[in-house]
Design a protein around this ligand. Structure first.
Ligand SMILES: Nc1ncnc2c1ncn2[C@@H]1O[C@H](COP(=O)(O)OP(=O)(O)OP(=O)(O)O)[C@@H](O)[C@H]1O
Ligand SMILES: [Mg+2]
Length: 152
């Protein structure tokens, strides 16, 4: 069952990311889906901050993935937007690398067939033309056993 949360400012999305960080454990795969500018990277920087990572998370322009190791849990932040083929994704071996940490994959919905069955999909929808975002958390596999209602 999905959990849906509405945010009305960038700060609220950042704070939601910080709260969400507390749910993460090693090996977690999280897909961040939604159109350009919907808040995926902002949410990811909230997660990083919640994990105690000091380095600023950015949208990797030339990199497909970046690993942040200075928090309570390693965070792998990936962006599939510039990926030209599934083969390129499989070369990344994110799941292997992510065993010790949590993996956040922006535009991960474009490569969902290559992802493990146990994953959480977070979808960002822009509501109207202002600062409102509807953010929905949809568990797959063992994610269904986690209590996502604590985020509300
Ligand atoms: N409620 C909100 N939540 C998140 N971002 C918001 C909100 N309201 C306005 N914004 C703005 O929307 C933009 C979101 O940018 P962000 O880089 O996080 O998007 P993105 O989904 O990662 O885009 P891309 O697909 O290009 O990587 C920021 O400029 C932010 O200030
Ligand atoms: Mg982004």
């Amino acid at each position: 069952m999905s959990v849906e949360i509405r945010t009305t400012s960038p700060d609220e999305t950042l704070a939601l990311g910080r709260r969400f960080a507390a749910l993460l454990t090693a090996g977690d795969i999280v897909v961040l889906a939604g159109r350009l500018g919907s808040g995926k990277t902002l949410f990811a920087s909230g997660v990083a901050s919640g994990l105690g990572i000091r380095e600023q998370i950015t949208s990797p322009t030339f990199l497909i993935e970046k690993v942040y190791r200075d928090g309570f849990l390693p965070l792998i932040h990936a962006d599939m937007y510039r990926l030209s083929s599934i083969g390129e994704f499989e070369d990344l071996e994110l799941a292997d690398e992510g065993r010790d940490g949590a993996v956040l994959i922006e535009w991960g919905d474009t490569i969902e067939d290559s992802l493990p069955a146990d994953r959480l999909v977070i979808r960002f929808d822009i509501d109207g033309d202002g600062d409102e975002r509807v953010i929905s958390f949809t568990p797959h596999g063992t994610w269904a056993d986690r209590d996502l209602e604590v985020l509300v």
